[in-house]
Design a protein around this ligand. Sequence first.
Ligand code: ADP
Ligand code: MG
Length: 717
Amino acid sequence: MSEASPDSAKSKSKRSPKAPAKAGAPEGATPAAPAKSAPQKAMERMGLTRDIDLALHLPLRYEDETRLTPLDAAHDGDTIQCEGEVVESRIEIRGRRQLLVRLRDDHGALLQLRFLHFFPAHQKTLAVGARVRVRGALRVGFFGREMMHPTFRKVDGETPLATSLTPVYPTSAQLPQVYLRKAVASALKRAPLDEVLPPALVPKGLPSLRETLQFLHHPPPSAGLSTLEDHTHPAWQRLKFEELLAQQLSQQRAQRERAHLRAPVLRGTKGGLHEQLLGALPFALTGAQQRVTEEIAADLALPQPMHRLLQGDVGSGKTVVAAIAASVAMDAGWQCALMAPTEILAEQHFRKLISWLEPLGIQVAWITGSVKGKARQKMLDAAASGEAKLVVGTHAVIEDKVKFSRLGLAIIDEQHRFGVAQRLALRKKLADSLADEFPGAVPMEPHLLMMSATPIPRTLAMTYFADLAVSTIDELPPGRSPIVTRVFADGRRDDVIEKIASAVQDGRQAYWVCPLIEESEALDLKNATETHEELSAALPGCLVGLLHGRMPPAEKAAVMSLFSSGHVSVLVATTVIEVGVDVPNASLMVIEHAERFGLSQLHQLRGRVGRGSVASVCVLLYTGPLSDTGKSRLRAMAETTDGFEIARRDLDIRGPGEFMGARQSGAQLLRFADLEEDAPLLSAARALAPRLLDQYPQAAERQVERWLGHKTEYLKA
Ligand code: ADP
Ligand code: MG
């Protein structure tokens, strides 16, 4: 079959100098030459390496090439396929150079084809006298019928029509549709598509996997395009079920694997460190803090490693819960590591923890990228000897050089901010950390506590995080006054500055958050510096501080401590202050270009205020015109301060794919199923997974391998 379209011809001619042998022969996925062609490399980049990957690469939509439409019967705007003889072919310059071809169909009707991009090969195929089949959108105007850039190919009277709808696959610029189509068709023949599931366990009314894929790649002309394209067709249902099942199996399997691991039993003693800490705190725990503390303590006392997420809205008081968990571990004679995603936050934790724990005789070490030389060595020694019971820092703590004597508990703050690679490294580090000291058939691992202010919506928790216990702090410490959020157009900037000036006169403190400039850190910086100058000039007699990511850590720390102590009244900052920073006296926040931030990021930023007893105000300045999602984000911010509600709306606005953010990089989790729409399939898959694992372990194994292959590691991160 030879088919040409301007696009494929273009990419072929580009490719030809490098791979002349293959340029004209997209014969499928198994060319003989060892060197990889550009389309093959493109397929690899898209993760299409195994036959099964190609078989599971499904069409976005379909084109109907199963029939020919007589030109007389077609209307303006129709996408049709027709056939005829070329009666004229010429190049004309009308503004620009173009190829104009006139075609006459069997009923004598004429059609003009117009190409603004074309190659000599096009002209050759479309020579006068040739019979061609073309497909495209028809325009009927004053001068007759026309198609712009139709796909076309040479035929003779015998050339058969397609017997099934033609699939259109998601692809990339380097991978021509025609090439991919053939690769998929031949992979579909080779791929092992035998039924993995015992037939009795497949939900009733769904076709077999082989039928499903055959149908979805090459549906018969009679198939209802609408049910195919909106994914409600039984074949789609089967496929989504398969996918959800694989995902549930991999999660539940990880959960079972963990149950077989060993961990140190960490139990605080009566009158021990954690009780002393509770006694020394300047406040009593909230009911929610108490509850989650007990949940964590119960996990720590088990001989299996904890794998728990502590979620609680910004300002709900997660740090103290972490400190108590650490105290339990240390009281039981083990070390604890606490990691935060930024140096500023790590440093703040460090100060807070020293102030709580050093009076109780605990030595705390401090390791970040910027602790160097002798100081670093001292910290490393203290961790390795076990002298430092608690090690606080950034991800530098999980670097190879850092050794612990007996690490019993690792805590990760703002865990969603750590990348997939970092989380995998951490898991590995944890798995290895006790291996030497406690060898044995079943390895021993430290407990793991993750903390996040971005709550995971329930549907996600059930699916992506089935292997994760969740504790939730659903109550703020008493005495907080709610934050009032106001949304203003940027034109009101001067008014806002005036308000800040008078608030500062009254002894209040403010954050001024500079816009996010995604493309360029340098622009970010320029912006922050200019705003700093502007506010310094507008607020005479008051100290305005500046904080951004490029400052040396010592300088950042100095500015932060001047702000904490109240010497600096206004802090101009980039998003470095986004997570965790805790200065209770700061009660005003201005976020410039709020429309550029994501919803959860705005919520995190806003969470820097409202931490004291003074009523706090958050001003969102925006520059219009706003997009629809921009509008709904700002509206959500103005309407609620509840982190769970914000997360729910965020999920609505963005969808789960994006919500997962970093977790997804390297591993797209669900390609076909939709957690909300396919809830019934999800419950069926959830219920079936344990049965398969128990009764058909090999089927379970194959199901996961077929769908997730090498991605399973990522799913654990
Ligand atoms: P987050 O959950 O955002 O990490 P933090 O741990 O930073 O919150 O706590 C926010 C502030 O609330 C801190 O100043 C902390 O000392 C204070 N805090 C925590 N728990 C309580 C409590 N039970 N009563 C009063 N203040 C509390
Ligand atoms: Mg925090």
